[in-house]
Design a protein around this ligand. Structure first.
Ligand code: KIV
Length: 284
């Protein structure tokens, strides 16, 4: 029986120098599969906007959409720590919004923690959510909800001033009560410095090997997503090609009559004529 991962277990893992393996998931079956092999943390990321719903960015994603996927994931009852990603404008306008929406993730979606983007600018929201006894994961660096402000998906913390700001932000997040920090799209040396500065675990994505753990979007690492992938993604399978090959084979066999064969079909056994009945028995 595998252990249930909580925020306390993840903090303990950092202390013991045990790396944290995290991944995104958005549905029941995938969650069953990845939990079976021992993933530590599952993020129902707002990346679902792109990989599940076909949006151009994470900006249009709504609370309802994340909750819908969160419910599917938590129905799988994973041992992994399940985090719901708070969508754009679900926590920025007021602390009250932030607490209420984080609460919805827990009450309606079954989340065990919530993630929100930003450093010092998000501290009030984080403090409010932590006061409501909900674990919070911070997110620094190339935060995709800041796409318009950044003017694209650009590496952050590349110069001394912005690097120093990100280190300060990490300290703010720890002081505000975050249990983890995702660091995205920053030079590895800076991610290492942040990891050594804070006592809570850091989870990197495009932030090098010195973070306390790593996270990838599942479609990217399985080779399902069609768009060109960023340099930090390692593809562990070519499932997209596998799907195309399988479906092309199915199409061909349906068209040429090779599928279904007799063994894929039901037949009716010889009908026994009974008095007063003209029913046969079904061979299943
Ligand atoms: O939405 C997401 O998937 C994320 C990442 C950290 C991968 O925020």
């Amino acid at each position: 029986m595998s252990r249930k991962i909580t925020q306390c277990v993840l903090k303990e893992m950092k202390k013991n120098g045990e790396k944290i393996a995290a991944i995104t998931s958005y549905d029941y079956l995938t969650t069953r599969l990845i939990d079976d092999v021992g993933i530590d943390l599952i993020l129902v990321g707002d990346s679902l906007g792109m990989v599940e719903l076909g949006y151009e960015s994470t900006l249009p994603v709504t609370m309802e959409e994340v909750i819908h996927h969160l419910k599917a994931v938590t129905r799988a009852k994973p041992n992994a720590f399940v985090v719901g990603d708070m969508p754009f404008m679900s926590y920025q306008a007021s602390v009250e919004d932030a607490i209420r929406n984080a609460g919805r993730f827990v009450k309606e979606g079954g989340a065990e923690g919530v993630k929100l983007e930003g450093g010092v600018r998000s501290v009030d929201a984080i403090k409010g959510i932590v006061r409501a006894a909900i674990p919070v994961v911070g997110h620094l660096g190339l935060t995709p909800q800041s796409l318009l402000q950044f003017g694209g998906y650009k590496i952050q913390g590349a110069d001394n001033l912005s690097a120093a700001r990100l280190i300060e932000d990490a300290k703010y997040l720890e002081d505000a009560g975050c249990c983890l920090i995702v660091i995205e799209g920053v030079p590895w040396g800076l991610a290492k410095e942040i990891t050594e500065t804070v006592s809570i675990p850091t989870i990197g994505i495009g932030a090098g090997k010195y973070c306390d753990g790593q996270i990838l979007v599942i479609q990217d690492m399985l080779g399902i997503f069609e768009k060109p992938l960023p340099k930090f993604v390692k593809m562990y399978a070519q499932i997209g090609e596998g799907i195309k090959k399988a479906v092309a084979g199915y199409i061909k066999e349906v068209k040429n009559g090779k599928f279904p064969e007799l063994k894929h079909s039901y037949s009716v056994k010889k009908r026994k004529k009974e008095k007063g009945s003209n029913e046969g028995s079904q061979d299943t």
